[in-house]
Design a protein around this ligand. Structure first.
Ligand code: ADP
Ligand code: MG
Length: 237
């Protein structure tokens, strides 16, 4: 189980994340908020590549500061912006990350084949990444993120750059892979979460203003409570 506790991040005087407390169980958590709300900040801290100003991240009750690589191997993180070597093929890219993430040599081929099939890039296995469209690169990123089949998956705005069909496929894929895993997915597009998120978290100016199970209530309506025309600018604690 993953937990963030009293998490605050300041960049100088700017508070990007304000005393956030969330418990993540299995399932898909949709982290929703407009640009600048603090989504990437929270995800970078959970992925252990950014240090909080105060508070911490606990995995099974232990602070990840103490767990170090033992924690890192349990997470797969797709950052908002990723760069790959254009000269690498899809296969070489996956091999590279598989080695980094400790995938056993004898599992390598089966794993890479399965990941490529999952993101529908089997036919492009020997194509150089340089020749890929934005959507193909994004799908490769998803395969890279999952190569070690980590228990916790963090996707920062993964649908940016995907066309409508790719968006739909991505949601189907997420649904498949989220079983028995914790998936945290950020977006500023409400409809990205419809039908797939089990829980919704709304971030506003660094504050977690909503943390609830998804139900039949319209997510648009909920979102507008915080970001409609006649709402307060400052979030309350
Ligand atoms: P989101 O991912 O929801 O768009 P971010 O976490 O990227 O939000 O940013 C939250 C706030 O923190 C924004 O106001 C942003 O300008 C600010 N911020 C993010 N990164 C930095 C940084 N490295 N230095 C200064 N301010 C930052
Ligand atoms: Mg962001």
């Amino acid at each position: 189980m993953l937990e963030i506790k009293n998490l605050t991040k300041k960049y100088g005087k700017k508070e990007a994340l304000v005393n956030a407390n969330i418990i993540f169980n299995k399932g898909i958590y949709g982290l929703l908020g407009p640009n600048g709300a603090g989504k990437s900040t929270m995800m970078n801290i959970i992925a252990d590549i950014l240090k909080p100003t105060s508070g911490g991240v606990l995995y099974d009750g232990q602070n990840i500061k103490q767990l170090k690589s033992r924690y890192r191997l349990k997470i797969g993180y797709l950052p908002q912006k990723v760069g790959y070597y254009g000269d690498f093929t899809a296969k070489q890219t996956l091999e590279y990350f598989a080695v980094l993430r400790g995938v056993e040599k004898n599992q390598m081929k089966e794993r890479i084949d399965r990941m490529l099939a999952m993101v529908n890039l089997s036919e492009n296995v020997n194509d150089k990444v340089r020749t890929f469209s934005g959507g193909m690169k994004q799908r490769l990123g998803i395969a890279v993120t999952m190569i070690s089949e980590p228990e916790i998956l963090i996707f920062d705005e993964p649908t940016v750059g995907l066309d409508p069909k790719e968006r739909l496929n991505f949601r189907k894929l997420l649904k498949q892979i989220s079983k028995e895993r914790t998936v945290i997915l950020s977006t500023h597009i409400v409809s990205d979460l419809n039908d797939i998120a089990d829980y919704v978290l709304i971030l506003k100016e660094g504050c977690v203003v909503e943390n609830k199970k998804m139900d039949s209530e319209s997510l648009e309506g909920l979102y507008l409570q915080y970001f409609g025309n006649d709402t307060e600018d400052i979030c309350s604690e």
